[in-house]
Structures are given as C-alpha cells and as structure tokens.
Design a protein around this ligand. Sequence first.
Ligand SMILES: [Mn+2]
Length: 312
Amino acid sequence: MRSVEIITIESDFGAGKKGAKLGPQALISLINKQNIPFLSNANNLRIVADDLEENTEHPFNKNIESIYEVQQLAVDAIEKVLTKNLFPFIISGDHSNGCAGISAIKNFYSEKRIGIVWIDAHADLHSPYSTPSGNMHGMPLAAALAVNDLVEDANEVDEESIKLWQNLVHLGSKNIAPKVLPSDLVFIDLRDFEEDEEILLNNKNITFFTPQTRIEIGIEAVLNKTLAQLEACDLIYVSFDVDSLDPNISIGTGTPVANGMSENEAVFLLKALINHPKTVAFEITEINPLLDREKPMEEVAARILGKVLSNS
Ligand SMILES: [Mn+2]
C-alpha cells in the first residue's frame, strides 16, 4: 500500500439519524492512540460541515444543497491527495459521501474505467423518484450511475429538486456522468433493498453477493468472483459501510441489518481489497458514536483497520 492521507468528510446530512458526522473524528482519535500502520498520525484533511444547514425544502432529496457543497469540497480534497501520489483513505460521516469519493476518482482519472466494490447491507440505488425516505445516504450509487429511471408510482419531484439532483450526478469539474457502468459495480453482503432497487439490480444486470452466497461459497470465493467481475476495470474504489457487518458487532450505525459479515470475514476481505494493485481509494462510513455505547462502532472499526493494515 502507498502512503496515505486521511480525508474526513464530517457530514451526516444524508442520514435519517444524526450523529454519523462525529464518526470520523471518533475513529481518528482511536487510530492515533493505537499504532496502526499507514494511518496513525497520517495527515488528516478535514471537511467539516458545521456552517451548513438542514434544509427541509426538498422532501425527496433532503439537504441536497448542503450535501452538494460538502461533496464539492470533498472532491477537491481527494483530488489533491491523488495529485501528491498518495492514497486517499476516506472516513465519511454518512454514505451519501460515497458519491464524492467516486466522483473524485473519475474526475482525476477521467480516461480510466472505474470499478466499485460496495460492501453494504443496502443497495444505495435510490433516486429522488424512488426514495421512500428522501435520505440521500440511500442514493450515492444512483448518482454515480446517473440513474434517472422513472419508477412506477414515482415520487412527484419538483423541477428545482431535479436540477439539484442533476448537479450531484455531474459532480466534479469535468461534469462526467455516468461515472461508472452498471457492469463495473459489485455489492458484497447486500441484504436489504426496496422493490425499485431490485428492479434496477435486475434490469441493469448488476452483480451482487448476499450473505446467503457468502455462507454457501465462502468469503474468499466472493472476493475472487468480485475481482473477476471487475477484470476489465483499470482502477477500483472500495467503499465499506459498517452496516455490512453483523449487528452483533455493528449496532452503532444508522441502519443495522441482521446476517452480516463477521469481523474475521471483513478483515480478510478488506485486507485483500485494500492491497489490490488496482485499488485507488478506500472509504469507511456510517460510524455513529451517538448510537451504541456498549459496543462503540468506532472501536470495532479501529480494531478491524488495525488488523487489515498490519503487515500490509
Ligand atoms: Mn450504505
């Protein structure tokens, strides 16, 4: 692995429950207390959203103005790290920020074909037309794939909201959209999605592995099939939502779902992915220090990262 610079995107405008914006610094303080190779005392570029406000005007893409502003700053920060030939290690508040990570990589390496490994209980493929909640942490991949498919019984999205959504879809100075092909996206441990997302997964032929598959074939086979699917990609972006883990270790996150990965499976998977020569950036997200104090999510995350990065 190359030397890293840590980018913290300290925003939870995309989440239904508040607190994930505190996740990045909670994790950083543990990282700095432990001796985690590559991470402890690495330079930290902070994107702090404290001066931005909640905005209730757009019910199908809540807080989109603030989200867009945060993500523009994040794209610039990530591109700065890439310019220095360092590895962007991204710790984000909520998962709407995944759109910024993907956008930065595609904007910087615009001629390259980008593959995405999305390790998550959820599909994050909603658009303003399909979202049941309006929470944008369920939409980063729809933005990256430029999904504008009208669904049956689509939400009645006003023109202003559509315009703001299109800005996000075209995030990055080169305004590239889509950033990623559906064939170049792979989900690991996907297990909670709505019907509109399921239709997209099927219609666009997107590869996904459920916990049932992981149990049947094992995590190593899941990894190998993932890399085989992304064979034609030049670069890989890895996004790790901690709700992919089983709730017995991952309860301090906004939307935990049963039957997730064990700690050992996560360590194995992340170690292989983070050290893969095509991997160009890594994101960890959705740690909410306000939610569970018995098994703090940031402690689990720090422990996993320590194991992932030792001897790598
Ligand atoms: Mn997610």
